[in-house]
Design a protein around this ligand. Structure first.
Ligand code: ADP
Ligand code: ZN
Length: 437
């Protein structure tokens, strides 16, 4: 494979040099953090009064973790470290798990972010000859402007299409000869369903690649999108607290996402004990931003579960790779005492070719017990009037789920394209049980 690098000297930097660079940047970020009201208090309690109290990368352990609630408590300006008049933009999280949090950017912060994004995009093989249709929500959500700026930095022609409206998306793809798209994986699946309905011929489109992120998805879902749309799909990971997308991205090897360790210092810990896990083991990702001057965030508890690959990547980049995020530690459902991650269910159903492109997990109380129902569309190839076939499929889903998650939920089948699709992140779980039960 012919690999291309946006910043080869950094992307392939020997690890010892990379670590030295990280230490230098960590010290700088601590100095920045000490200018905020939040960290000034938090760090001085731990005896960190200046950047000189950080002498090695291991000293990061002296810094306490920062949780989402801290960011909420510090709202609006507790984490701001530059004069307000030097802020040029703000973004906020999608608020999937509660009140959104706000991040401020200086002019240089925006430039640095665009550069990390360009590294990601260029690393998938894109060049200035590409036409990039960004089919994700713009606005406060970082996914829109994040990829947009990165695309421009690479020199691609960027179409700020925004999310939704599949008919308009197809029209733009045909009119402008789109070669690359960015969307949530659920929207890409939806697009394929709509393509058939609208009678759009695959041959009338020029798309080769898609960047898919913002929500968890399984390897089976990736393969499904690749096979249905005949494109390469690259996993894109980020979160607004760490600028947004551009934190970790797949290279052309499509096996794990390189995390840009000169910009984002990663640790993986056991979410209960908060002690580091062994290299290669799964745990909660903790991130420290090393590339932002307006809003420093140190040792942020992402709640995202992942692990590092232990082997080097064939592409030659030295920045470590993260495995697919299987979900957030707070995504776990407890169904009659059994722990279930929605990602386990997705893995099972998306692996079956008779299953369509959309699904929803509903959890409710049935007396004292929990009841889980998996609602899923069937593939458009299946004739929805064939009761025998549908019953057999239901049985098959129930049995396979029983093997993988130890419980057999109710299964409800729906016609292809009939279940609602959200424009932003897909809502895959509807849990109506009283919260404190
Ligand atoms: P919110 O935290 O409100 O959802 P963000 O828009 O900042 O706001 O979302 C970041 C979160 O989205 C991440 O912490 C992670 O849980 C999820 N996410 C983003 N990209 C991916 C991806 N490629 N795979 C799995 N989860 C992802
Ligand atoms: Zn690689």
């Amino acid at each position: 494979m012919n690999f291309q690098y946006w910043q080869p000297e950094i992307e392939k930097m020997p690890r010892a040099e990379l670590k030295a660079l990280q230490l230098e940047k960590l010290k700088k970020e601590v100095a920045i953090a000490l200018r905020t009201t939040f960290y000034k208090e938090r760090l001085s309690k731990k005896g960190i009064k200046s950047e000189d109290d950080i002498k090695s990368l291991d000293d990061i352990k002296k810094i306490p973790f920062t949780a989402k609630n801290d960011l909420r408590d510090g709202f609006p300006y507790g984490f701001l470290s530059i004069p307000k008049e030097d802020v040029v933009r703000l973004h906020s999280s999608s608020g999937t798990t509660g009140v959104p949090t706000t991040i401020y950017f200086s002019r240089d912060d925006i430039k640095r972010w665009a550069n990390y994004m360009a590294r990601c995009i260029y690393g998938t093989g894109c060049t200035k000859n590409d036409v990039f249709q960004n089919m994700i929500t713009y606005g406060l959500f970082t996914g829109g402007l994040g990829l947009h700026q990165g695309g421009e930095e690479v020199g691609m022609m960027v179409i700020p299409a925004g999310a939704g409206n599949t008919a308009r998306q197809f029209k733009m793809m045909q009119d402008y000869g789109t070669t690359v798209v960015h969307a949530t994986p659920s929207f890409l699946l939806h697009l394929e369903t709509k393509m058939k309905e609208a009678g759009v011929e695959r041959d009338s489109l020029f798309i080769k690649r898609a960047f898919a992120g913002a929500e968890p998805y399984s390897e089976d879902t990736r393969r499904r999108i690749e096979a249905l749309l005949k494109i390469d799909v690259y996993n894109s990971y980020g979160l607004s607290e760490m600028n947004g997308p551009g934190v970790a991205f797949e290279c052309q090897c499509k096996e794990g996402m390189h995390i840009w360790e000169d910009g984002y210092f990663p640790e993986i810990v056991n979410p209960q004990t908060l002690e580091p896990v062994k290299e290669g083991e799964t745990g909660e990702l903790i991130l420290t931003i090393l590339c932002r001057e307006a809003t420093p965030i140190l040792r942020y508890r992402t709640r995202d579960l992942t692990s590092f690959y232990t082997e080097a990547c064939p592409c030659g980049r030295t920045h470590r790779r993260l495995r697919r995020i299987t979900g957030r530690s707070d995504d776990m459902l407890i169904i009659n005492g059994v722990n279930v991650f929605p990602s386990q269910i997705e893995e099972v159903i998306m692996g079956m070719k008779e299953v369509g492109n959309n699904y929803l997990i509903v959890v409710e109380k049935d007396g004292a017990l929990d009841r889980m129902t998996v609602k899923t569309e069937v593939s458009s190839e299946i004739f929805f009037d064939d009761a025998r076939l549908l019953n057999a499929l239901k049985e098959k889903i129930m049995e396979t789920l029983k093997v993988s998650i130890s419980i057999s939920p109710k299964v409800e089948l729906h016609e292809s394209g009939s279940m609602p699709v959200s424009e932003g992140k897909a809502v895959r779980v509807k849990d109506t049980r009283p919260k404190d039960f």
